[in-house]
Each structure stands twice: as C-alpha cells, then as structure tokens.
Design a protein around this ligand. Structure first.
Ligand SMILES: *Cc1c(COP(=O)(O)O)cnc(C)c1O
Length: 417
C-alpha cells in the first residue's frame, strides 16, 4: 500500500492523516488514494509500450463515479456487468467505445441500452445470449459488436468463489462450443464479430494460468481464421492478484510481457485488452474503523469495532485476509491477540482472527487492501447505514460518497393501508 504510510507514528493517506479524516467523517469509512489508482493504472498501461491495447477497468471492483472519472481522465476503458455500471461509466465521462460488457444474465433491456450506446463489445456467455443479442440488435435496426467469452478450462489456483474459467463454472462458453458459436455469429445479419474474450478468475498470483489460457485462446483464433473469421481483439480478462499478506504476484511488467510475448511467439499481431479490477483498486483504499469495546473471555479476547461484514464482506464471504493496523502507533497499551469482530449479529462477522494489536477502546484501526470489492459489496444488514467514501488527492480530501443516513434506510418501504 505505497500511498498509505506512517509519519511520526500516524498513518496517512498521501498527505492526510487518517485520524483527521475519522474526526471529520466519522467511522466506519473508506479512504482511497487517487495517486494509488493512477499509479496502478499507469503501471499496466506503460508495460504495453507500443503494443496496441486497451485497459478495461473492471467497474465492479470499485464503482464510485470519482474512481471511474479518475480513470476515464487517463483514457481508460471499462469492463461492465450491468446497465447500472454502464450508466456510472457514462456519468463519469467514460467512452462507451471503450466498454466491454460481461455477465451471464444480460437482460434484453440491458443489451438494448449497451447496443444503443455502441459499446465496443458485448462479451457473450452462451449461445442463447448470442441469439438474444441478434434479436435486440435487429429490433434496434443496428449491428452489435461482440466477442464470445470462452472458458479455457484453466485452473487459476485461487479461491473457488473467485475461480471462473473451469468447466464447472457458470461463466463463458466451452472451447468447442465457442468455435461453433463463432461460425453461427458470422452468419448473423446484425452481429459484428469483433473479438474473443476470457476471464479465468481473480487474485491470481502466477503468470502460468494466464499464459495457459492465452495459448488455448490463440489456438481458437487460428482455427477461426481458417474459417475466414478474423478476430480483431484479444480480451484476456482481469485477475492479476495483489499483496494482501505477503503474496508475490507477478509485476504489471511481467504479466503484460508474458501476454505480449505469447502472442508474438505465435505470429499473431492483435490488440490486447485486459480487465483489471483488484490490481488497480485493491491497495488503493483502506477501511477505517474505531474500537468500541474490548472484551475478554476465558479463551479469547475480542476487539469489537464499529465496522462489520455489512461494510466489508470479503473476510466473511471468502475467508479473505486483510491486514489490520493501528492508525496511531504511539500507544502505551501492551500487545494482545484479538479477534477483530464487528457489530453484526452473525458469528461470521469477523474482520480478522488472532491479530496482535496494542489497542484500547476509542482507538482507530485501518483495515488494509479494502479498495476493491469493499464498499461495492456493502449492504444494510442489521439496518446499518453504509459508510462514506473519501478520496485523498495530495493534501486535499473529497467526500466522494457521503454516509447513508438512518432515514434513508426505510426510503422506498411502505406500510400496508
Ligand atoms: C470480476 C471480473 C474482472 C476483474 O477481476 P479482478 O480479479 O478484479 O481483476 C474482470 N473481468 C470479468 C469478466 C470479471 O467478472
């Protein structure tokens, strides 16, 4: 987390101390670093050098319009999975010509909205969806640019819930079915075959799953060329992992190089698209929380904090590890081992097990690496308002989403007459 550092024992985001943000905005809250998002994006973009490419930031990782706007200003493209995400991208100033639309259950309305906005590619996940895209495009009297999301059946060696490219997954089309689907698509009057797409999973910490998938995808591209079907873009998905607790994923440079080298080795000269989410957003944010109580049982000590699984779901959903560190290191407390638990009435509401901390009630903690799949997965379980999101930019801070109010919790609900 390059842009979150201690100064005189006080944790800062860029130039701003996190305790001053907590004082102003309350806790729990998410704090992001603009420089972190930009640095991560540039590291991938620079790695491609002069190879034609588009970075389609995976909006679902962190969809705040300020984040999307920061990336749109850099010229980023976007990978979306719903109409809601496309509307966010448009609102943030993103270019629909640099949008790819993924997802297994796109509705007719969502397809019509995306096709009317001329997104670069509808990434098709089933033959039934291909038929639907043809119908919707015909109704709109236009053509839809498509890729088929193939499933190369590669094991990304990651958590099963974030593994998407194996045969038992609901995602993508198997290689053999994809070959037939492309032949069918090429005959469809309102379909423009643009690319081939794949996305094999998330938090991948080696290059081999990516290069294995690439080899299989390139094989399909060559078979299609023999049928007279020319692929114009390789969309190789997202999934590059980050350091949560000492993982050593490949660098952006090594990851990109492995793909560019892989296609050059096969004498294929195609633009590459990638769909990074976590890599750009994950270590660009933390969640701030305050210790409400300490509680000691015979066998366990608990640091009970004001953020719960409704605010940050990853530990409960994926047994994900997030480092939890003090905002202020200057303390006289002695180190103890705590389970850091939230207020939600569920035993799964644990942000971290067995953490050694020097804390007392009222202290602030930072839950690290919370910039991706953090706020976006938050909810109102236990009728808890969702936290605010703050973007730090040098020595400025901006509230890019204010805290939800208690009144808002029941908005849209109704009592029977
Ligand atoms: C979630 C997702 C991504 C982003 O994955 P990361 O691991 O966050 O990079 C990219 N493409 C698709 C289709 C996805 O569903």
């Amino acid at each position: 987390m390059t842009f979150f550092n201690y100064r005189d024992g006080e944790l800062h985001a860029e130039q701003i101390s996190l305790s001053s943000i907590a004082k102003q905005c309350g806790t729990p809250c998410y704090v992001y670093s603009r420089a972190a998002f930009e640095t991560q994006w540039h590291s991938l973009n620079d790695a491609f050098d002069d190879h034609p490419h588009t970075i389609f930031y995976a909006v679902k990782a962190n969809s705040n319009v300020a984040v999307l706007n920061i990336l749109a200003r850099l010229g980023s493209g976007f990978d979306i999975v719903s109409e809601g995400e496309l509307r966010r991208v448009l609102k943030a100033g993103g270019d629909p010509a640099k949008v790819v639309f993924s997802g297994v259950a796109k509705s007719r309305a969502e397809l019509a909205f995306a096709i009317s906005n001329k997104v670069r590619s509808i990434n098709i996940e089933s033959v039934a969806e291909l038929d639907r895209v043809q119908e919707v495009a015909a109704e709109l009297n236009t053509t839809a640019s498509i890729a088929i999301r193939v499933n190369p059946n590669v094991d990304p060696e990651t958590h099963p819930y974030i593994s998407t490219g194996m045969e038992k997954a609901k995602f993508g089309v198997t290689m053999e079915a994809a070959f037939e689907a492309y032949k069918k698509a090429a005959q469809m009057p309102n379909i423009d075959v643009h690319g081939v797409a794949c996305h094999i999973g998330s938090q991948i910490t080696k290059t081999s799953p990516f290069t294995d998938a690439l080899t299989i995808v390139l094989d399909l591209v060559k078979r299609l060329a023999k049928e007279g079907i020319q692929i114009k873009q390789l969309d190789l998905g997202g999934g590059l992992g980050i350091d949560y607790q000492g993982e050593t994923p490949p660098s952006a440079a090594d990851y990109v190089k492995s793909m560019v080298d892989g296609i050059k080795a096969q004498d294929i000269d195609l633009p590459i698209g990638i769909e990074p989410g976590r890599y750009i957003a994950g270590n660009s944010g933390v969640m701030l929380t305050e210790v409400e109580y300490l509680k000691h049982n015979d066998s366990k000590s608990f640091a009970i904090v004001d953020a719960g699984m409704n605010d940050l779901l990853r530990p409960s959903l994926y047994q994900a590890h997030h480092e939890i560190i003090p905002v202020n290191k200057n303390t006289d407390e002695t180190a103890k081992t705590y389970d850091v638990v939230g207020p939600v009435c569920e035993s799964a509401d644990v942000l971290g097990y067995d953490r050694t901390l020097k804390v007392k009630a009222g202290d602030l903690l930072a839950v690290c690496s919370a910039g991706a799949y953090g706020y976006v997965m938050s909810g109102n379980y236990n009728s808890r308002p969702r936290p605010p999101e703050i973007m730090v930019d040098g020595d400025d801070m901006h509230i890019v989403r204010r805290r939800e109010t208690l009144d808002e919790l029941t908005q849209g609900e109704a009592i029977l007459p």
